[in-house]
Design a protein around this ligand. Structure first.
Ligand SMILES: [Zn+2]
Length: 343
């Protein structure tokens, strides 16, 4: 560890109120040579050892697991909502044959019940970095002290501390707001792929997604990964403003914004997570299947898992779709590895 990284992390933890009271990592990683670390029934192997700490650290990753999940969260106890710890997330990943997951903080006021800070995500994933890939996030309204340069400096600090991407970006402004464009250009400059949520309240746009296209033109060096109701409603050529805030049903009209933008912009990708990703494919299975085959290099498996025992419809959907094996491999994990190579 470089001294500047250590310094940054200790500072980060000190000012992260939500990290307070959470035990910091003090445990050893399990050795890769442990024969049980390649046990396909990792979940049961884990539960037998629940009393030991952090033995999940060297579980199998890309070689023998089916999925990379590009969209999960760890959470803290909040009113009646329970927490989702890194350990419970890993146990769930084992059950579903997920080798790695991108763990996304949420800090904008419009994003979640409370801030899930970058510092918290960096700290909690630290013992499990071979499987849990931490992201960072910054709100565009942070730009009061220096614009692009300030953002590059801030993002560089998070990158040095271990962040591999940016998101879940879920701020309550327009997707092509000049502050947002500055921030996301800085992500490209820093080498952090951006996962954003688009609907009628966050990263706002209108049918056809012209605001997103302005961002794509302004930030060609930034990898952008779309998610959320507004993004996924735009699979349909007849999407309305109301659709961009919901879960529209029924047949999909051709020539949607997603086919066009995914085809035209090499830096644009799609995250299939959550009810919105599931609904977009489920509403018209024939169209959805063909959409995934023609955009096979651009679409990634994700769930948005964030609570113990949360129902996830994506697994059943993929069983039903029976995509060609090469398409499955790209969507299930290879595209994610192409964006974030962990080797
Ligand atoms: Zn999410």
């Amino acid at each position: 560890m470089k001294p500047n990284r250590r310094k940054f992390l200790s500072k980060a933890v000190a000012y992260s109120g939500f990290a307070a009271g959470v035990p910091l990592n003090s445990a050893k990683l399990r050795k890769a040579s442990d024969p049980t670390s390649h046990d396909p029934n990792g979940a049961s192997a884990y539960s037998e050892r629940e009393d030991q700490t952090n033995e999940l650290g060297a579980q199998p990753t890309r070689a023998d697991r089916k999925f990379v999940d590009v969209h999960v969260h760890i959470t803290q106890p909040w009113n009646e909502r329970g927490e989702l710890t890194a350990r419970n997330l890993l146990r769930w990943m084992d059950v579903h044959d997920i080798g790695q997951a991108w763990v996304l903080p949420l800090i904008s006021p419009e994003a979640w019940y409370y801030p899930i800070t970058t510092e918290f995500v960096l700290e909690e994933t630290r013992p499990f970095r071979d499987r849990l890939i931490p992201f960072c996030v910054v709100d565009p309204r942070t730009d009061v002290f220096g614009g692009f340069k300030h953002f590059v400096d801030l993002l560089g600090r998070y990158k040095n501390a271990g962040a591999r991407g940016f998101g879940e970006h879920k701020w309550g402004g327009a997707i092509d707001d000049p502050r947002n464009i500055e921030l996301l250009k800085a992500c490209g400059e820093t080498g952090l792929p951006v996962l954003f949520h688009l609907d009628n309240d966050r990263n706002k746009d209108v049918p056809g997604l012209p605001g997103l296209e302005r961002l794509l033109k302004a930030a060609p060096e930034t990898t952008l990964i779309g998610h959320g109701p507004g993004w996924w409603a735009s699979i349909c050529g007849a999407a309305t403003q109301r659709d961009l805030g919901g879960y529209p049903r029924g047949q999909v009209a051709k020539n949607g914004a997603l086919d066009r933008l995914l085809g035209d912009y090499p830096n644009l990708y799609a995250d299939l997570s959550a009810g919105s990703g599931h609904n977009a494919i489920r509403r018209d299975l024939d169209f959805g299947r063909e959409f995934m085959i023609r955009n096979a290099d651009k679409i990634m498996f994700g769930t948005d898992y964030l609570a113990d025992k949360q129902a996830v419809n994506q697994f059943e959907l993929f069983d039903e779709l029976k995509l060609p094996v090469d398409v499955q491999q790209k969507i299930f994990r290879d595209n994610a590895h192409a964006i974030i190579d962990d080797e």
